[in-house]
Design a binder for this molecule. Sequence first.
Ligand SMILES: [Zn+2]
Length: 561
Amino acid sequence: MKRKTLVVVCCLISLAAALAQSRPAADLIISHANVWTVDKAHPKAQAVAMSGDRIVFVGSDADVKAWQGAGTRVIDAGGKLVMPGFNDAHVHFVSGGSQLDRVQLNDADSPQEFARRIKAQVGKMSKGEWILGGDWDETKWTPAKLPTKELIDSFTPDNPVFVSRYDGHMGLANTLALKLAGITSQTPDPPGGAIVRDAQGNPTGALKDAAADMMYKVVPPLDHDQRLRAVKRALAHAASLGVTSVQNMNPDYEDIAIYSELLDRNELTARIYAAPLIPQVDDQVKIGIRRAFGGPYLRIGALKAYADGSLGSATAYFFEPFSDQPGNHGLLSDEMQPVSLMRDRMMRADAAGLQLCTHAIGDQGISMILDIYSEIQKAHGDADRRWRIEHAQHMAAKDFDRFAQLKVIASVQPYHAIDDGRWAEGRIGHDRASRTYAFRTFLDRGVQLALGTDWDVAPLNPMLTIYAAVTRATLDGKNPNGWFPEQKLTVSEAVEAYTMGSAYAEFQDDVKGSITAGKLADLVILSDDIFSIDPTRIRDVKALKTIVGGKLVYEDGGVQH
Ligand SMILES: [Zn+2]
């Protein structure tokens, strides 16, 4: 080697060394990974470097080495799939967290097992504490008979019990709970509800709809510690599933106070966007905050509204009656009675710059909300509002294009499709069922999708949601090739809607939703490559590690603190 060349080489080496020194080393590197970025400019990579709470580099294993320093933690992903963390666009976080601590009855396959589990729960609780939760399903019993209070009274003399049926439209109370609610043989059925009675007219303990509400009036609200415990359980559950952001529908203000307390202590391990109910609109208007107000871990500035009920309870609001209930079109919610009440609240919210997330399930309920949205647009002019319709289950054919024109986001929960798909066609007929959970049609018409679960109405596990969106295989096994298979999404479409789509739905697509340098370091390492395995196996895939803001919040079965 000539001397001159040697000098040049030496100079280059010292220049590289100087550059490496001037660049701070990353705190965390994931290498040897199959990185699916959801970033159209760079869809795939091998390695990601993170510094503080941000991603600083996405690229090859060779190039990431430049970010490695003495203090860098390196995770060798061993070729596993790395993706942006999931952003669940619709959860009920505190009820989900509370449910995790409560008695689980959904898979109790006999009245004896049902009773045994409640008895076991009594052992974990103190005197006077309510036993709640449940999600029982008597159709799994032979014969399928409603449970009665006699099944559980003997071991619950000191604990009031009110355990719900899985659909949320019925519950079973024990004698003590009935006493606390003042329900006796003399109590008339409330409008919209039924007290199930035996041959002598005595309550059996089973209470339907509005009769169950009589019980909820005496169930004490969660106190501070119970709420805190529920939020911590919910956060740990989310972390274990690779869920790094949640959009919390209908939080109580006390829930937001708990989030704030945990934020203060640096203990939030998922980012939360909270949307309180629209009857409280004037609180946020008064403060003067706008949509997506807050910081990276906690935001408010959205409102959740209700147009109608649900398909399961035959209260979703349709243009035509239910196929199995002539004369019943469903019900508009009390927020829509009169419709001008909803319009006025929404107008006030929009004038203040707040975001609207409206539950609408039946085709007429959805149509009426689109009418209101379009009136607001006429009155207030164009703006980047990112209005949402939550569920958007049963669409009128004429409304897909209106959805797109108004740039309304369809905030959908694919798991409901494989659950309700078992019986929905019997309730609304083939034609309306063909526009039910019409994810493909939404995309084809240019409607933005945001994915979520509605936890705890459905499981929080994103793998079940993707499995549902991709297979549309109903839970009863009767549609292995998909219920209305033309509405299936591909895995990559489902993932994009669950990351970028949900981030867009909360005005955060510039800082999260993809693995891109500069964005928040929220990612998950999965046990299998969901893009290449048989779609039926997606439901069994696990999160191996979950990273939020560059910190490991879950690893192989244990939460990190
Ligand atoms: Zn919900």
